[in-house]
Design a protein around this ligand. Structure first.
Ligand code: SF4
Ligand code: SF4
Ligand code: FES
Length: 227
């Protein structure tokens, strides 16, 4: 059995093109192992990111037939059985560095600008269980950027995007965060929270079930800053 892939190739600032590959199927093969097989046996120049191979580090997200997925979690057997070609492209809404590797710098800069962490806190560092269970979903985010790549509003430069609001929710709800007012203003004024279309696309693609769209709706409800 053979896996057929069509991979988008691109060097920064050069025209993109698609290249077809065929990889012999091996039991349990994931898209990531297929990409590694191509790199080992056929084309050493193919560029893609990976690290943990276990759905934890978030580095291997790519577009698979138009849908953002973690390559290390994507089993290829169904595509092989149905003879379906896998079209593999870099994440949308990001600049391409090479092939399937995209530039996360702008998103990371924005996270720094919006200070998506707890700056300092006094007192008891423990989080009560009822709050812990409320924020554990957003705390599961692995920064894979799948939601950012699939959100139609991210193309609008001013809208921060689902990843940021999932993080906002996590810190806004944390009792150790004492800058709630600043957080609200950042989300609404700098992140343009109310530009969300509530289309749920980010919920559908998140591999960790963080459910950013649901958290955004809750943020809209609990933050009382005029848009
Ligand atoms: S629900 Fe909002 S954040 Fe999620 S994909 Fe739609 S517009 Fe983007
Ligand atoms: S919210 Fe989900 S899709 Fe978005 S970056 Fe985090 S883990 Fe990935
Ligand atoms: S390699 Fe870490 S999530 Fe896929």
């Amino acid at each position: 059995m053979v896996l057929k892939l069509r991979i988008k190739r691109q060097e920064k600032d050069l025209d993109a093109y698609y290249q077809s590959f065929e990889v012999p199927y091996q039991e349990g093969m994931t898209l990531l192992s297929a990409l590694q097989k191509i790199k080992e046996d056929t084309d050493q120049s193919l560029a893609f990111r990976h690290f943990c191979r276990a759905g934890i580090c978030g580095t291997c997200a790519v577009m698979v037939n138009g849908f953002p997925k973690l390559a290390c979690k994507e089993q290829v057997l169904p595509y092989v059985l149905f003879g379906e070609e896998l079209v593999v492209e870099p994440l949308k809404n990001f600049e391409v560095i090479k092939d399937l590797v995209v530039d996360h710098e702008r998103a990371i800069d924005r996270m720094k600008r919006l200070q998506l962490w707890i700056k300092e806190f006094q007192g008891d560092p423990r989080i009560p269980p009822y709050i812990s269970s409320k924020i554990e979903g957003s705390a599961d985010c692995i920064l894979c950027f799948a939601c950012q790549s699939y959100c139609p509003q991210v193309l609008e430069e001013r809208y921060a995007g689902p990843l940021f609001f999932a993080k906002f929710y996590r810190f806004y709800s944390d009792p150790r965060e004492d800058r709630k007012e600043l957080r609200s203003i950042q989300a609404v004024k700098e992140g343009n929270l109310y530009h969300c279309l509530s289309c749920n696309k980010c919920n559908n693609v998140c591999p960790k079930e963080v459910q950013p769209a649901t958290l955004i709706r809750e943020l809209m409800h609990i933050m009382h800053v005029p848009a």
